[in-house]
Design a protein around this ligand. Sequence first.
Ligand code: GTP
Ligand code: MG
Length: 288
Amino acid sequence: MDMTQSDRTGAEAGKPRLALMGEFSAGKSTLSNILLGGRALPMRVTATRLPPVWVSYGPDRAVCVGQDGSETEIAPDRLDQVDLDQTRMIRLQMEADALQLCDLIDMPGISDPNMSSGVWQALIDEVDSVVWCTHATQAWRQSEAATWDQIVERTNGRNLLLISQIDKLAAGRDRARVLARVRKETAGLFRGVYPVALLEALNAGDDAGRWAESGAAAFIETLVEMLMEPPAQAEAPVEEAEATEPAPEATPAAAETGDRILPKRVKANRALPPRARLQPREKESLLF
Ligand SMILES: Nc1nc2c(ncn2[C@@H]2O[C@H](COP(=O)(O)OP(=O)(O)OP(=O)(O)O)[C@@H](O)[C@H]2O)c(=O)[nH]1
Ligand SMILES: [Mg+2]
């Protein structure tokens, strides 16, 4: 299978492409591991930098896409050894549930001193939605606001802000203060702001209480709802009406189980072909 940038695997399947962005070390790769059900992408290792990693559904495979468009298959456990100067991105395939819903693009940090911003800017027009990750201890820095200002118009407007490392702030007043400030400073810029202790979430295992406590349950539930919305051009005439409707399935599912919404929701929809899953609800009856 051809895995070049122009191949647009996810787009062909009608899947939105979700980029994880933010400052270096903001938790992007930890979040991608959570979304991929613990299937490891290399998280930050000292002095290791990765180009953008574009992950799509399919049998396990890793390909280096060079600056010249050339493709070289590599062993998935040797991603941290690719030559940054020569590599435009890494394309990965894996059979993770979340990838039935979207393609995932794990971007390098926006102001990483070892990574030119051209690396992620070259890919930004391929992206539909963004989860922007910001460190709780220095949340929503000026550099992040400035970069987001350049990017937001190039997305489809369905973007979330995740405050990572929230466990590094004392529970209670400190967390509430940061959350209130970030919500105020980013008003109108994201669909929602979610504080999450990502390492807690990654290590929660089957402990539903720990998963919910980490903040991941609420975040993932919103993310899945957002990704399942119909494509923007199809929804334009009914957008306002839909926005005011409560999401009919998510709340009971979350309340009943308090569990991993993402795999459950994706599994529940697996019987449907990808395009049907992404159709507006009122159109589903026409399809079946
Ligand atoms: N305590 C705590 N540590 C976290 C959290 N999220 C990430 N980390 C740790 O922070 C470090 C950086 O996380 P990554 O997920 O690699 O961050 P990244 O944004 O992918 O970093 P770059 O790709 O280098 O820009 C890792 O050591 C993580 O284990 C969190 O919510 N809480
Ligand atoms: Mg990373």
